[in-house]
Design a protein. Structure first.
Lengths: 440, 319
């Protein structure tokens, strides 16, 4: 399988000569400066000025940062290869500046065994465009009944566990999962949704859903489970990450939990930073997503949460769906939207904060949550792994679905002009994206 | 007007225009031979993904009285999942040459999707919980005729009672009644009110007895039995005692108050009296007026030019 990509990988890439990234603003955890970066053999070998080399990547007008890390992508393989494959999803990730992505476990079969997570990781290696980090299920088959083999999966390299796509409904099971996770060096991540409160739900419960005659997905369905889990973290001492938070109240709850010193982290998606439930007014299933698009007040609270660090990371919840499924009636269409290739532009537009803080939420903060801070989101310094993103924060571009690398077309930003786009992505020293063009 | 998908889309001007046009169509319907050639050569396709008797027959009759050709495509929405997609179904039928699709679907919003896939007009014959605009038009026409209110509904007090949350009829009626100037009161258990009801231009009361003597129109909605399984009401008995039209409540209705229902009725539940014994019941007129309203809608969508919809001298008609 995928032998062409393997050959390509063997034949090209960073193993060759030096690559020098010139003239960029270097932004990492230590601050910001101007400089050139030499990359060789997968590592950063020199940071300085006036560097030259065999291959020069122009970074003038651009930011050079540690590669982005997406805590939340659906790559659909195995099981729904008609919507996305690990290769096409990895390409979309590389174009979005991501050098590592955490693949959600709601595949078919689900990522609840070593064989499946090994397959996902290997497919990522074959594609060679970014590091694909399989997450593991909290429960077998994501059925919410029996714990998945955490320790076996942890030995296979899994660091983040979740039943994403649904939340763990049973409070006893969730308590046991948190207790059992202690000492294994792993983090459990919750998709907060009390399923009984969202049966048949299509969009945010509020005046818009009332007007449109669509079943509502109430904020309380997220907040109740979040509250339960914060208290379970308080009880057990286990660390926990909260996926795609969407409500103002959720942000305050996490803020309070953090001020209590609890080991919790949280993410928000670009679409929850940018789009409201009013988008559903034309009944396009493109805007159906879980949790749903909410109100401007929620958006403002989430933006404030990112700004003050309550929300640690921006994660895309990249959720490709084949076009025919997004032509079903709204109540039958699957939820989810593309995110990888638009995340940077949307984040820069929506977050009124220094570029360095946006980069932090896209890079080293999620890298720590994903348990890959040893190789992603590293400082731009000699000896560090060469996972780097070079982006132009000022270039404008129009989102054209047919031009996206994802196999699916369900971007909510179709036709919109975004500001900020990735120019080059360097993965393990290998320029996998050059001037916005994927190299494999 | 290209489509009729919602009352909001129609606006007050469109609403008034269609109600005036309905007067002409009602006149046609009173003739011995209620048929005019206004839409000869036009094709109307009824696409019903959800069971419906009266609405489908009403649209078919309306199209035939205007001499349009009609096709009917009726499927349970489940058969869509087995084979052809909604889009392919619409595009296939559209390729046969259809001027208007009349669409009924159990999912809100389907008429909007259908209008993306056809060059023809789309009439919403009921979508999910969302809208049923021709029902609202026939309700308005019935009130206008019965109460002599061709100048609008200013000063009228209309109570809509029952399962507002899941009712496309209620959504369309609220929009149409308030656009025409009526004061609308919703009476329902709190579990059957839509979310954010405060954002609607309506009053909400919990007790039907509080308003029953003061209203000009009592509009009862169908109470569905499955609502009890969803913990929305404890029992039909309790529902009837709080929100049903019982003999005691019927006696308190004003002398000229109308009683309306979109059908089909649950006798003994929301309608706990025999409607034929209610002097104010206009329920059968609603059904009759449905045909004239749908003729007006189809003519407005498909008729060519501003010519009068009917011949001025019906007795000269030959057929």
């Amino acid at each position: 399988m995928n032998t062409r990509a393997e050959q390509h990988r063997d034949g090209g890439g960073g193993g060759g000569g030096d690559v020098v990234i010139t003239g960029g603003r270097l932004i990492d955890q230590s601050g910001e400066r101007v400089g050139d970066v030499r990359v060789s053999g997968g590592l950063i070998t020199e940071v300085g000025e006036g560097l030259t080399g065999e291959r020069v990547l122009d970074a003038s007008g651009c930011v050079v940062s540690p590669g982005f890390v997406d805590l939340h992508v659906h790559l659909r393989e195995p099981g729904k290869e008609e919507a996305e494959t690990i290769e096409t999803g990895s390409r979309a990730a590389a174009l979005g500046g991501f050098t590592a992505v955490v693949a959600m476990p709601n595949t078919d079969p689900a990522q609840d065994s070593v064989s499946v997570v090994d397959f996902v990781r290997r497919q990522g290696e074959r594609a060679g465009l970014c590091e694909v980090l399989p997450s593991g299920c909290i429960t077998v088959g994501r059925a919410g009944e029996q714990l998945a083999p955490f320790a076996e999966l942890a030995d296979a390299g899994v660091r983040l566990f979740t039943d994403d796509g649904s939340g763990v409904q049973d409070p006893l099971l969730m308590r046991r999962a948190l207790e059992y996770s202690l000492g294994l060096g792993i983090t459990l991540a919750q998709h907060c949704e009390v399923a009984r409160l969202t049966e048949g739900a299509v969009m945010h419960e509020g005046s818009c859903c009332s007007r449109l005659g669509l079943p509502g997905w109430p904020a309380i369905a997220e907040e109740l489970m979040l509250h339960r889990d914060i208290e379970l973290v308080r009880l057990t001492g286990a660390s926990m990450h909260f996926l795609h938070l969407s409500t103002a109240r959720s942000v305050s709850m996490v803020r309070a939990a953090k001020s209590d010193g609890l080991p919790v982290t949280a993410e928000a998606t670009p679409h929850h930073l940018s789009l409201t439930d009013e988008q559903l007014s034309g009944y396009s299933p493109i805007f159906k997503v879980t949790p749903p698009l909410r109100t401007m007040a929620d958006i403002e609270a989430i933006r404030a949460g990112v700004a003050d660090g309550t929300i640690d990371a921006i994660a895309t919840d990249h959720a490709p769906h084949a076009p025919e499924t997004k032509e079903l009636p709204l109540d039958q269409a699957p939820p989810g939207m593309l995110g990888l290739e638009t995340a940077l532009g949307v984040s820069l537009a929506c977050l009124d904060m220094p570029v360095a803080d946006v980069v932090a939420a896209l890079s080293w903060k999620p890298a720590a949550i994903a348990g890959v801070a040893d190789r992603h989101g590293r400082p731009i310094a000699t000896g560090e792994p060469a996972n780097l993103t070079v982006f132009d924060p000022d270039v404008e571009w129009e989102v054209v679905p047919a031009q996206l690398a994802s196999k699916s077309r369900n971007t909510p930003y179709v036709g919109q002009r975004l500001r900020g786009r990735v120019r080059h992505t360097v993965f393990l020293g290998d320029p996998v994206v050059l001037d916005g063009v994927p190299q494999r | 007007m290209k489509h009729l998908r919602s009352i909001d889309e129609l606006g007050l001007d469109g609403l008034s225009r269609l109600l005036d046009l309905t007067e002409h169509m009602a006149e046609v319907n009173r003739r011995p031979n209620p048929k005019v050639p206004a839409l000869r050569g036009k094709t109307v396709c009824n696409v019903f993904f959800e069971d419906s008797t009266r609405t489908r027959l009403s649209f078919e009759t309306a199209a035939k009285r205007l001499s349009a050709d009609t096709m009917t495509f009726a499927v349970g929405s489940s058969s869509l999942n087995k084979g052809e997609s909604l889009r392919d179904t619409i595009e296939t039928i559209g390729a046969m040459g259809v001027d208007a699709f009349v669409v009924r679907h159990g999912s809100s919003g389907v008429p909007w999707q259908v209008s993306d896939w056809t060059s023809g007009s789309v009439v919403n014959a009921g979508d999910g919980w969302h809208e049923h605009p021709t029902q609202a038009l026939l309700d308005c026409f019935t009130i206008r005729t019965a109460l002599g209110r061709s100048d609008g509904f200013d000063g009228l007090h209309i109570a809509i009672v029952g399962d507002i949350k899941h009712s496309r009829v209620a959504r369309s009626d609220i929009a149409a009644f308030t656009a025409l100037g009526a004061a609308v009161t919703l009476v329902a258990p709190r579990t059957l009110l839509p979310p954010a009801v405060d954002d609607l231009d309506v009053t909400v009361v919990d007790d039907l007895d509080e308003v029953i003597a003061d209203i000009d129109v009592l509009y009862l909605l169908r109470m569905q039995r499955e609502r009890m399984r969803e913990a929305l009401v404890p029992s039909l008995r309790e529902y009837t005692s709080r929100f049903g039209l019982t003999p005691a409540r019927a006696r308190r209705l004003g002398e000229h108050a109308l009683v309306m229902h979109p059908g089909p009725m649950n006798r003994g539940v929301e309608m706990a009296v025999d409607p034929s014994e209610l002097p104010g019941s206009v329920i059968t007129q609603q059904v009759t007026n449905g045909i004239a309203v749908r003729m007006a809608v189809l003519f407005d969508l498909l008729g060519s030019g501003p010519r009068p919809p009917v011949e001025p001298r019906p007795e000269e008609e030959t057929s």
